[in-house]
Write a protein that binds this ligand. Structure first.
Ligand SMILES: Nc1ncnc2c1ncn2[C@@H]1O[C@H](COP(=O)(O)OP(=O)(O)OP(=O)(O)O)[C@@H](O)[C@H]1O
Length: 482
């Protein structure tokens, strides 16, 4: 099973992942030798940060308690992370400021690997190097501390499963009841989904199950139905998604059409995007393999969607869960960013550079600086986008533990190949196409800039879109040259 443990007791971030016979160790996102990791554990323990039962103990033979329990925090709680964001939803406080658990968050999933993340006082130091210096000196710094692929909905890092959920104001919010252009009651939903027929089920995520539904007028929509067992925990996600989706309208963002909040049903109705997810296409599950031009266009579409969220939406929105399974494709292979379950409004005041909030997102795509500082900015989406770009070029997931050790963290592998000047070896082998080396270099260069460890070194999304546009023009020119 996979592990994720978090604590704000201390300073730095330590993580490891294991699969049978394979181990990867990290401190603050840097891949480190096992003995360095074990020393960190020892010092962590010596400094009074309790490590009862955390699985790393077994690896280092520290003689600590065994068993997969939660990392215990002594006196502090999650409310020590302050949220400076004046979230404008009145009584709908951000739950992330409210919870006060004794134990801290755990997400477990998947059978292949185990990953734990926690924070250590003795290793706290501010990284002053700029990203490129860091990259040049230590390519391992490209690793994200929790870059581990797991296949369950729980791969998402929840703020804390123990957080106190806010009380959503769906039913009595006049603003919300006017949302969207599709208004359905439960019996209309039941008819449209044939009583949530399994034959209309198109997917399953952390939030719930997604159905394809045909409305009385013939319009086809997607209906997300919250899982009842996760209902309380996921109410925030649900309200966040509805609130934010309602504000946006862009061809590269999945459109909210309506919602239903009745009894114990929470449903979100969105436009139906018929051609599956980008990940499915990269995996070859959807027939024809994407050619390079399609991959470039998809990248540009995603960049445009994110630019809209960051710059042009009524209020700045940070998506926080940019990944290939959240990119939906149309029949003409244009991309739309979906799943705003973790989205947050950006800083409200112009003098604020970030909001402080607990880490959410999906392992493998998470901005290491956000993980370390809890400071969220649009640049966290840029980091995830960098990981996504590498994924689009290589076809590989952010972490592939079944590969040889030097290839497991796709970003690091790509970075090394890029440095060696062997970019051609990075190209997805399923894509039988000789892409111009210069074009590939530019694409990789951009991806690596986006995934710089320090956010100040990442470009903003608008510039990313412009650069991709220029790369596409180069690519088309290279085709004409033959
Ligand atoms: N608007 C939509 N149109 C068509 N298919 C959709 C739509 N929304 C979701 N899906 C399908 O349903 C699946 C589940 O979507 P959902 O957003 O709930 O989860 P996810 O993003 O895959 O996982 P998680 O929410 O845990 O990140 C998607 O992978 C996709 O195949």
């Amino acid at each position: 099973s996979a592990f994720l443990l978090q604590s704000e007791v201390c300073g730095d971030l330590i993580a490891y992942s294991t699969s049978p016979g394979d181990e990867l160790f990290y401190i603050n996102g840097n891949s480190v030798a096992k003995y360095v990791f074990c020393e960190a554990l020892q010092r962590y323990h010596a400094n009074g940060c309790t490590l009862e039962g955390h699985p790393g103990s077994n690896h280092c033979h520290l003689g600590l308690l065994t068993g997969r329990k939660l990392l215990q925090e002594d006196s502090r709680d999650e409310s020590t992370v302050h949220d400076h964001n004046n979230y404008p939803r009145g009584e709908e406080h951000d739950s992330e400021t409210l919870s006060a658990p004794k134990k801290v968050g755990v997400a477990s999933a998947g059978a292949i690997l185990a990953c734990c993340v926690f924070i250590c006082p003795c290793f706290y130091r501010k990284r002053k190097d700029n990203a490129h210096a860091v990259l040049a000196q230590d390519p391992n710094s490209m690793d994200s501390a929790t870059s581990f692929e797991v296949n369950s909905p729980h791969e998402k890092i929840q703020a804390s499963p123990f957080r106190v959920p806010p009380s959503p104001k769906f039913s009595n919010s006049p603003q919300l009841s006017r949302l969207g252009s599709v208004h359905l009651n439960l019996s209309q939903v039941a008819r449209a989904t044939r009583n949530f027929s399994p034959s209309l089920r198109i997917g399953e995520g952390g939030f719930g199950t997604v159905y394809r539904a045909q409305l009385d007028g013939g319009q086809v929509v997607a209906i997300k139905r919250a899982k009842k067992e996760h209902f309380e925990t996921l109410r925030t996600e649900f309200s966040s998604e509805v609130e934010l989706l309602a504000k946006i309208d862009h061809r590269n963002l999945v459109k909210l059409l309506g919602y239903v909040d009745k009894g114990d049903e929470r449903l979100i109705i969105t436009e139906y995007v018929p051609n599956g997810t980008l990940r499915e296409h990269l995996d070859g599950q959807r027939g024809k393999i994407l050619d390079f031009n399609q991959r470039l266009e998809i990248s540009i579409d995603v960049a445009h969607g994110l630019t809209y969220l960051h710059l042009y939406a009524e209020k700045q929105i940070i998506h926080r869960d940019v990944k290939s399974s959240n990119i939906l494709l149309t029949e003409s292979m244009r991309a739309k960013v979906a799943d705003f379950g973790f989205a947050r409004l950006g800083p409200m005041d112009s003098d604020q550079t970030h909001i402080s909030t607990k880490v959410k997102g999906t392992v493998g795509y998470l901005d290491p600086e956000y993980m370390k500082t809890y400071q969220l900015t649009p640049k966290s989406d840029v980091y995830s986008f960098g990981v996504l770009l590498i994924e689009i070029v290589t076809g590989r997931r952010p972490v592939e533990l079944k590969r040889p050790v030097e290839e497991r963290v796709t970003l690091r592998w790509a970075f090394n190949k890029y440095n060696e000047g062997s970019v051609a070896e990075l190209v997805d082998p399923l894509m039988a196409e000789n892409v111009d080396a210069e074009v590939l270099n530019k694409m990789l260069d951009l991806a690596i800039q986006c995934a710089a460890p320090i956010r100040a070194d990442r470009p903003d999304m608008k510039s990313v879109g412009e650069q991709l546009w220029a790369i596409r023009a180069d690519y088309l020119r290279s085709l004409r040259r033959g």
